[in-house]
Design a protein around this ligand. Structure first.
Ligand SMILES: *Cc1c(COP(=O)(O)O)cnc(C)c1O
Length: 426
């Protein structure tokens, strides 16, 4: 077998099999299934790849992962357009660096996946209008709305928990207008995710073709693999490297594990959660017991039933040496706040998610190890929280202002509607 397979609920590959563009268009496999590359072959020479510039290297990585597909020939163009912003690796102290993933248009790492997905879709040659549907815990909505804004024959519907996103996050999609519709839900992100899944179950009843832009879409995950190689290219790999990732739906952590399956020598992939600690508890006692969602200052990871964890388990089954690489830890809000203050005192302002990841890796870093913290959002997206907790106002530099959206003076009014009704009208 080759290509992309559907991993079903019970971690058992279903025989269903697709090429990349078909997996991308389907989003969710039958039976609530998730697509994964069937078998990831390690790269022949990852060290040589690390020598290359980000774009060239990313094209090669994606070609390797995607295999034979109608999109293979378009990847240079897609990647060049999607990843057209910097990916800096900054040194925090002797043993700790930060991978800043928030320099794209919506100021979060979700721009990588959303922009790559948008580029791929444009080259897939759809013969009818498509509607990109996404549930967001805060940042996906903005990244997807901005990636698809103004694209012809494309509608975007963003479903978000009304009280679960910050105003600065909401400004990236609510009230954007054009082809973007936002739908507020009186519930949690998990509720939004359920609504979207339900819509996909009914998709045959809609005229428009539904496309999933959540991290259940395998295209987003593959795009995210690229920046772990950029991280490794910027660090001395003679010292074992642990990557700390603030994790909600565990897409970013899955991408790091795919990078490991490709042969990138990460010592540990440390997924850090907040009080929504289903995965750390599972790793301790083997029981999958999601609790009710707890609302925290790290709202993008207020998720109790992370979708992508199944993919990590699949990778571990396929690559036994990855078993010990993946770890998870939960950090409470008090510790996250303290971390924000400590980092601010060092002159580095971070958003709450980045602070949480930093706190997680500080607690577990062994002698002779180095840490890289994945910075998932610009602190300006959480300016109220950052200012309240650290006492320091987040500076809005002119490049951010030029990005326009954050200072849009637009009323942000939630719209309650029935998702199926909206979709049936498109
Ligand atoms: C989405 C998001 C996360 C969580 O990423 P997952 O891939 O869902 O684990 C972490 N931090 C921020 C700021 C996010 O927007």
């Amino acid at each position: 077998m080759s290509g992309f397979i559907n991993i079903g609920r019970a971690n058992q590959p279903v025989s269903e099999q697709h090429n990349f563009s078909s997996a991308l268009l389907r989003g969710l496999g039958s039976g609530d299934g998730l697509y994964m590359p069937y078998a990831i072959q390690p790269l022949a020479d990852y060290a040589a790849l690390l020598e290359q510039p980000f774009i060239d290297r990313s094209v090669q990585l994606l070609k390797h992962l995607i295999g034979n597909d109608v999109l293979s020939g378009q990847l240079e163009q897609i990647v060049e357009q999607a990843f057209d912003f910097p990916v800096p690796v900054k040194q925090l102290d002797q043993r700790t660096s930060v991978l800043e993933l928030f320099h794209g248009p919506s100021l979060s790492f979700k721009d990588f996946g959303a922009r790559f997905l948008a580029g791929c879709l444009q080259h897939c040659g759809q013969d009818r209008s498509v509607t990109v549907v996404t549930a967001t815990s805060g940042d996906t909505g903005g990244a997807v709305a901005r990636a698809f804004f103004g694209k012809p024959d494309t509608q975007v519907v963003v479903v978000y928990p009304q009280n679960g996103v910050t105003e600065q996050q909401a400004r990236h999609f609510v009230g954007l207008g054009g082809n973007v519709i936002s739908l507020a839900v009186d519930g949690s992100f998990d509720d939004c995710q359920r609504m979207v899944k339900q819509a996909f179950a009914e998709q045959d009843t809609f005229r428009t073709k539904l496309i999933s832009a959540n991290s259940i879409n395998v295209a987003r995950l593959l795009a995210q693999v690229c920046y772990y190689f950029e991280l490794a290219a910027g660090l001395p790999l003679s010292v074992p490297l642990t990557v700390a990732i603030p994790s909600g739906n565990f897409g970013n952590a899955t991408a790091a594990m795919i990078a490991c399956a490709l042969g990138l020598p990460l010592h540990r992939v440390l997924a850090v959660t907040n009080e929504n600690d289903t995965v750390p508890r599972f790793l301790l006692n083997g029981d999958w017991q999601p609790h009710a969602v707890v609302r925290t200052i790290t709202n993008a990871i207020d998720i109790a039933a992370p979708n992508n964890f199944r993919r990590i388990r699949y990778l571990q089954q396929q690559h036994a040496h990855l078993q010990p690489v993946f770890q998870a830890i939960s950090i409470d809000q008090k510790t996250t706040r303290k971390a924000m203050r400590e980092l601010a005192a060092e002159g580095y302002l971070v958003d709450p998610h980045t602070a949480l990841a930093w706190a997680g890796v500080q607690q577990t870093l062994g002698d002779g190890e180095q840490a890289a913290v994945v910075a998932t959002a610009d602190p300006v997206k959480f300016s109220d929280e950052v200012e309240q907790i650290t006492g320091i106002a987040v500076e809005r530099d002119s490049t951010r202002e030029q990005k326009g959206v954050l200072d849009r003076q637009q009323p942000i009014a939630p719209v309650y509607q029935n998702l199926s009704r909206i979709l049936s009208q498109l």
